[in-house]
Design a protein around this ligand. Sequence first.
Ligand code: MG
Length: 339
Amino acid sequence: MASSSSSGSAAATAISPETEEELTLTVKWSGKEYTVRVCADDSVAELKRRICVLTNVLPKRQKLLYPKVGNKLSDDSLLLSQIPLKSSLKMTMIGTVEDDIIVDQAETPEIIDDFELGKEEAVDIKDKEVNKQKLRRRIDQYKIKIRTPCRQGKKLLVLDIDYTLFDHRSTAENPLQLMRPYLHEFLSAAYAEYDIMIWSATSMKWVELKMGELGVLNNPNYKITALLDHLAMITVQSDARGIFDCKPLYLIWAHLPEFYSAKNTIMFDDLRRNFVMNPQNGLTIKPFRKAHANRDKDQELVKLTQYLLAIAEIDDLSSLDHSRWESFTEDNVKRRRHA
Ligand code: MG
C-alpha cells in the first residue's frame, strides 16, 4: 500500500478530505466479515470495486448499509471523505454474485454522454497529484495476468470491448451477430505488428466469457497478451466534470516497462474520457451500435487496420494526433498512388 503512515489513531475520527489517509472498514456480507482498505480520496465506486474483489459481487449489485449516512453510499461519485465513515463501525453489504451473464449484459447502463474534456483540462487531470497517487496505488494492487508472452519489438494495441468490438446493447440469438464486422481479420492483421490486450470496464468473468464466445481467445491467427477489467481502472477528479473512471495505460507500462511505453502503445475506445490520463495514446473509435442495422455497413475495423499498419513503422507513436487518423490513412494512400 502506498501509505503506511496511518495508524490506529485514524480509526475513531472521520477521514478528512484531500489526504491519502487510509481507512480500514469491516464489511459484513452473507454471514462473513471482510476487511477493506480504502483512502479518503477514493470514491464510493472504488469502495465497491474493492468489495467486489473480495466477494465477487459486482459493484452495481451491491447495496451498502451504514449508520447515519442515509443514501450517500448509493452515490458512486461521492468521495469517501465526504461521508462520515469510521473504522469502529461495520458496514453491511447486500448483494448476490452474478451467475447469469445475460442479465449482466442487459442491465449494463448505456453511456452515451461522452463529455468533451478540453485539452487544457485533460492535462490538469493527468497531472493532478491526487490522481497520480491513485495510479500508483493501482499499480501496486493490480496484477496483470499474461496469457501469452510479450514479444520484443512489437507495439501494443489496447482494445475496449463494449461498442468498440461488440454491440452489447442489442439482443441476438448468437453473440456473433453482435460482433463488429471484420473483428478477426482486424486482429489477425494487427497481430503482425502489435501485441494485443483487451481492457473492459466490466468484470473479468464477463470479459473472458464474451471474448471466448466471439472466438477471440483461441484464434489460430493471433494471440491475446492479456485481459484487463474494471479493477484496473482508476477514478479521477476533474474540476469541470466531477468524478469519473478511466483506463490509465501507465498501469501497463509500469508492469511491463521492457516491452511497452507511451511511445509504442495505442488504445481504441469509444469513450474519449477513458484516455484522460494518457490522451496522446488514445484513438476514439466510432461506436458500433444497432448491430442488426449496421452489420453490413460498418467498415471501421478495415480502415483502422490500414492506419495501424501504416503507423507501425513509426518509432514514436506519441507524436501522432490520432483524432486525425482517417486523413492520415487517406494521405498515406494518396502518397503511395503518386509515388
Ligand atoms: Mg466502450
